[in-house]
Design a protein around this ligand. Structure first.
Ligand SMILES: Nc1ncnc2c1ncn2[C@@H]1O[C@H](COP(=O)(O)OP(=O)(O)O[C@H]2O[C@H](CO)[C@@H](O)[C@H](O)[C@H]2O)[C@@H](O)[C@H]1O
Length: 472
C-alpha cells in the first residue's frame, strides 16, 4: 500500500513534542512491513535542513484566497530516515525557526495543506491513503472531498490520527476565503460552533479516525474541549491505537545521546553512572532517589502543580528525595519552578528550555519519572522511561492508564494515582521514596519494565488493518 503522511512535525527534522516522535517512526516501521510510506512536512529552518542534501522534485505557483505564491517541494536525497521525506518550501511563510507560535499559524498551515494537495494532484499514481495528523493538517480530508480543484484526488482515502484534541486550529469564517473554491453546500463539514474548526472538520470528513490510545478515545466522548457530541456521533469510524516507541532511537544500550550505555544485565551500574552525571551537573544528592519531570509546562501535563508538590513533599515527607525538572511552557509555571531554586539543599533543580540530549540522560539517570497529566492521549515519556528502567509515576488517564500498572497490583511496575491533585501526587512521591529503599523490589521492577514490549511492530499492524479496510 502507498501511504503519504502529512504532518507539521517529524523527528529528527523538527520536533516540538510527541507528534514528531510518532511521525518520525511510524512510516519507517510501515516500510519494514513492505508498504511504501512517505512523509511531507513544512520546510522550517532547522539544523536537519542545513545538514542534509536535497533534490528539488516539484516547483509551482498556487493561491490561497487572493494571494498567489510560489512553492517548491524538496526531497532528502538518501532516504536516511527509513522513508522518503519531502519538505514544502514557501518563502517567508513556512521557513521559520520554530514549528508553531506565530500569529499567522492558521495561514501557514492552510498554505502548507494547499501546496501538498496541489503537488499530489500532479502525481501520476496517487497514494492509496493520505494520513493526516492533528489539526494542522485537518483541512485536507475536507479539501480532498469538497474542493473543485482537487476532484482528481476525491477517490483517495483519508485517515486522521488525533494526538491531541485540545488544540483544534479554530479560524473565523472570514478566513473561509483561504480554502480553494469549495462546494458551499458543504459548509457544515467545516463548521463547529460558528467557527471553522479544522480538527472537527477532519473528524467529519476523514474516512477513519484514530486516537493514540484506546482509553483516550473513550475519554474524548466526555472531555474533548467542546467536541464531545461529535466523537459520540462519529464513534463508528474511530479506533484507538496505542503508540509505540522507536526502539532504534530509544535504546539505553545504543542511545547516541548517552555517555554511559547499559543493557538489562548491567542496569544498576549503568543507571547509577547516568544519575551521577545529572547529580554533578545539577548539584543534586546521589544517595537520594531522583524524581524527574520532562515535558511541556502546561496545565494538560499537570505541570502547574509541580512547585506546590515539590515544596509539600519536602515539608511533609522530609528532604528524602531530589527533584529535577526539564521543560518550558506557561511563564507562571516556569517562574514558580525557578523561584524554588534558592530553596534547594542539593535536592532540587530545573532546566527551563528544550534539550533533547538532557531528556535522554534523564530517562536513563532518573529513578522515577513524574507524569501528573490531566489529559494524556498516549504519552511517550512513560514508555521511554520504562525502556530505560525508570519507574513512571502516572495519573490514571488516557494512554498512561493503558500502559502502566501499579506496583501494588499483580505483575505491576509503576506508581499510579487517580487525580491530578497535590495530595495524590505528593502521596505518589512518598511511595517512590519508600520504594527506593526496597532495593530488591526496585531492581525487580526495573528489570520487568525493561523487558516490556512497547515497540511499533504491534501498533503498525493495527494501522495497516485500518488502511486495508478502506482500500479494497
Ligand atoms: N523540554 C523538553 N526537552 C526535551 N524533550 C522534551 C521536552 N519537552 C518534551 N520533550 C519530549 O517531547 C516528547 C513529548 O512526548 P509526549 O507524548 O509526552 O507529548 P505531547 O504532549 O507533545 O504529545 C502528544 O502526542 C503524543 C504522540 O501521539 C502523545 O503521546 C501525547 O499524549 C500527546 O499529548 C518526548 O519525546 C519528550 O521527551
Amino acid at each position: 500500500m502507498d501511504i503519504l503522511h502529512v504532518s507539521a512535525e517529524c523527528y529528527p527534522v523538527a520536533k516540538a513534542g510527541g507528534l514528531g516522535d510518532v511521525v518520525g517512526a511510524l512510516p519507517k516501521y510501515m516500510n519494514q512491513l513492505g508498504h511504501t510510506a512517505k512523509v511531507v512536512m513544512p520546510m522550517y529552518r532547522t539544523k536537519f535542513l542545513y545538514a542534509n542534501e536535497w533534490a528539488v522534485v516539484h516547483k509551482s505557483t498556487t493561491n490561497m484566497g487572493n494571494w498567489w505564491f510560489e512553492f517548491t517541494i524538496i526531497k532528502e536525497k538518501t532516504d536516511k530516515l527509513g522513508f522518503e521525506l519531502y519538505l514544502v518550501d514557501v518563502n517567508g511563510l513556512l521557513d521559520r525557526e520554530k514549528v508553531y507560535g506565530y500569529s499567522d499559524d492558521n495561514e501557514r498551515f492552510t498554505a502548507f495543506q494547499i501546496c501538498v494537495l496541489d503537488w499530489l494532484s500532479s502525481w501520476a499514481k496517487k497514494p492509496d491513503i493520505i494520513h493526516v495528523h492533528d489539526h494542522h493538517t485537518g483541512l485536507i480530508p475536507f479539501m480532498v472531498k469538497h474542493c473543485l480543484r482537487y476532484r482528481g484526488l476525491s477517490h483517495v482515502k483519508t485517515v486522521l490520527t488525533i494526538h491531541n484534541a485540545q488544540y483544534q486550529g479554530w479560524m473565523g469564517w472570514n478566513r473561509s476565503i483561504l480554502i480553494p473554491q469549495w462546494d458551499m453546500w458543504k459548509w457544515g463539514m467545516l463548521d463547529w460552533n460558528n467557527t471553522i474548526n479544522p480538527l472537527a472538520s477532519a473528524i467529519k470528513c476523514a474516512d477513519r479516525v484514530t486516537t493514540v490510545s484506546p482509553s483516550y478515545l473513550d475519554e474524548l466522548r466526555w472531555m474533548s474541549n467542546g467536541l464531545e457530541p461529535l466523537f459520540e456521533y462519529e464513534k463508528g469510524k474511530c479506533v484507538g491505537i496505542l503508540n509505540g516507541i522507536d526502539d532504534h532511537v530509544w535504546d539505553p544500550n545504543k542511545d547516541e545521546y548517552l555517555q554511559h550505555h547499559y543493557s538489562i544485565g548491567e542496569l544498576e551500574a549503568g543507571k547509577a553512572k547516568n544519575k551521577m552525571l545529572l547529580c554533578d551537573q545539577f548539584n543534586l544528592d546521589f544517595d537520594k532517589p531522583l524524581i524527574g519531570f520532562i515535558g511541556r509546562l502546561v496545565g494538560e501535563k499537570g505541570a502547574d502543580l509541580l512547585p506546590q508538590v515539590i515544596s509539600d513533599s519536602f515539608y511533609f515527607i522530609g528532604r528524602r528525595m531530589n527533584f529535577l525538572v526539564l521543560g518550558s511552557g506557561f511563564p507562571e509555571v516556569e517562574a514558580g519552578l525557578s523561584a524554588l531554586k534558592p530553596l534547594s539543599q542539593y535536592d532540587y533543580n530545573v532546566f527551563i528550555g528544550y534539550n533533547e540530549g538532557l531528556s535522554h540522560t534523564m530517562y536513563a539517570g532518573l529513578d522515577f519519572l513524574l507524569m501528573p497529566s490531566r489529559v494524556e492521549p498516549c504519552g511517550l515519556n512513560q514508555m521511554y522511561s520504562m525502556r530505560y528502567g525508570t519507574v513512571p509515576m502516572v495519573r490514571r488517564t488516557g494512554g498512561l492508564k493503558d500502559t502502566v500498572v501499579d506496583f501494588g497490583d499483580v505483575n505491576g511496575y509503576g506508581i499510579c494515582y487517580n487525580h491530578t491533585s497535590i495530595p495524590d501526587v505528593t502521596h505518589a512521591v512518598w511511595r517512590a521514596a519508600e520504594l527506593y529503599h526496597n532495593k530488591e523490589k526496585l531492581h525487580h521492577i526495573r528489570q520487568h519494565m525493561m523487558k516490556l514490549d512497547f515497540s511499533w511492530e504491534t501498533s503498525v499492524k493495527h494501522y495497516i488493518d485500518v488502511y486495508s479496510a478502506l482500500v479494497v
